[in-house]
Design a protein around this ligand. Structure first.
Ligand code: UGA
Length: 434
């Protein structure tokens, strides 16, 4: 049975937690979002959303205005009235690549005596198989069911993905599963009811498969280059087969972000602990590293065609975030490429439309320019590392006039080759003959 007015507490207000809270409030539930960061709680209570996420500030403002969404720093008091408590906590890469469950475990310890009788704890954090059982053991509350409800939203499309999910997965004891599923009732997405282990594994399996598709596409691009084939046509052709699908086959400077690298490493560590060999997983990760090394070698070969050191050369980097539409730099492939180039003594000046503020964390790596033309000043070559659409429409004649060299390494296959040619520039794409 659908529920529209449940009392929900969301613990953690990152991308997943804040989106979950604001979206559930928009569906009519009464939501309290709790976070240990009091500054963030204060900002959110004023409607200030720190992350770049279309539609989220509006949903937060609506929730605050209707009173269906409130923020608190007092997690322990918040859960006392809850019917369902969502854990949306960070599970960063820990020792040996394993997921670090410290935040999940700490919160379980804090709330265990406060949870009301019969409430349900739903875990949305990406966690290794068995974590629901571990949380249940830490809570030590036979009357409180723990279910796994993994989240599949993408950064930059979080609100859209939450409100239009491909599927909703809930795993655990059947009665608790139904109570959590009922919260989403109005969204009309296919519901996968399962056990907790299957739900937890489904999340890792999804991100692993997506990463595998990308490593495949990036390797295929290399193959295309050596045969003069066009990766765009090859992926368009294979993507028509519904068993393959056309999404997630766009080559790039490697895959990154806050989830795919962390989750593939965590799954690898789970496999190793279980003594299970999963060569595809290892190859997926290694291919990403090798692909980036290959791109760096390509840039260097273009800088010093006769060999020798590229030290002292200057490059312009366009885009640093791990993909367009986000201000997130976590595990960004652009930064991995930048680090490799910096280690060769190359000077880097970068422009990213999402990063206007000074970034002390980047000063050792590169100089951040306020606009693309300043970044291009005196550059021997230009690298497109994030697929920001505005790069397509840059005044490329003006960019060319500021550059010393002619090459634009378009690592997102974003730019129009004719447009660059008219500007007197030479475009190097990935896996395309032009
Ligand atoms: C990813 C998954 O797509 C979500 O389904 C999942 O819920 C999320 O992780 C998570 O676990 O929380 P996200 O991290 O937002 O979402 O990033 P993606 O949009 O998947 O992009 C990952 C990387 O792949 C980026 O570096 C992106 O540029 C790259 N990519 C993506 C490509 O190089 N080519 C493509 O065709 C697609």
């Amino acid at each position: 049975q659908d529920r529209h007015d449940a009392r929900v507490v969301v613990i953690g207000t990152g991308y997943v937690g804040l989106t979950t809270g604001a979206c559930l409030a928009s569906l009519g539930h009464r939501v309290v979002c709790a976070d240990a960061d009091s500054g963030k709680v204060e900002r959110l209570s004023r409607g200030q959303v720190d992350i770049l996420e279309p539609g989220l500030p509006e949903l937060v403002a609506d929730g605050l205005a209707t009173g269906r969404l409130v923020f608190t720093g007092d997690t322990v008091s918040a859960v006392r009235e809850a019917e369902v408590v969502f854990l949306c906590l960070p599970t960063p890469m820990g020792l040996g690549g394993a997921a670090d469950l410290a935040a999940v475990e700490a919160v379980a310890g804090q709330v265990r005596h406060e949870l009301p009788d019969g409430c349900v704890v739903a875990n949305k954090s990406t966690v290794p198989v068995g974590t629901s059982g571990r949380v249940a053991a830490l809570l030590g509350r036979p009357d409180v069911a723990v279910v796994s409800n993994p989240e599949f939203l993408r950064e930059g499309r979080a609100v859209h993905d939450f409100l239009h999910p491909d599927r909703i997965v809930v795993g655990g004891a059947p009665e608790a599963v139904e109570r959590v599923a009922a919260l989403y009732g109005t969204l009309g997405a296919p519901l996968v009811r399962t056990d907790a282990a299957s739900a937890e594994l489904a999340k890792y399996a999804a991100n692993f498969f997506l990463a595998m598709k990308l490593s495949f596409a990036n390797n295929l691009a290399t193959l295309c280059e050596s045969f003069g084939a066009d990766i765009a046509d090859v992926t368009a052709a294979i993507g028509q087969d519904p068993r393959i699908g056309s999404a997630f086959l766009q080559p790039g400077p490697g895959w990154g972000g806050s989830c795919l690298p962390k989750d593939t490493h965590a799954l690898l560590s789970v496999c190793e602990a279980a003594g299970i060999d999963f060569p595809l997983l290892r190859a997926t990760i290694d291919t990403n590293v090798a692909h980036q090394e290959r791109l760096v070698e390509r840039v260097v070969a273009d800088l010093v065609p006769a060999g020798g050191s590229p030290a002292g050369a200057r490059l312009a980097l366009f885009g640093l975030t791990f993909k367009a539409g986000t201000s997130d730099l976590r595990d960004s492939p652009a930064l991995a490429v930048a680090r490799a180039l910096r280690d060769l003594g190359i000077e880097l000046v970068a422009y990213d439309p999402a990063l206007s503020a000074t970034r002390p964390d980047l000063t050792d790596l590169l100089t951040l320019a306020d606009d693309p033309l300043s970044a291009a000043d005196g550059a021997a070559a230009c690298l497109i590392l994030t697929e920001w659409p505005e790069f397509r429409d840059l005044d490329w004649e003006a960019v060319a006039a500021r550059m010393d060299g002619r090459t634009v390494h378009d690592f997102r296959n974003l730019l129009d080759p004719d447009r660059l040619e008219r500007a007197g520039l030479v475009r190097q794409s990935i896996g395309r003959p032009y």
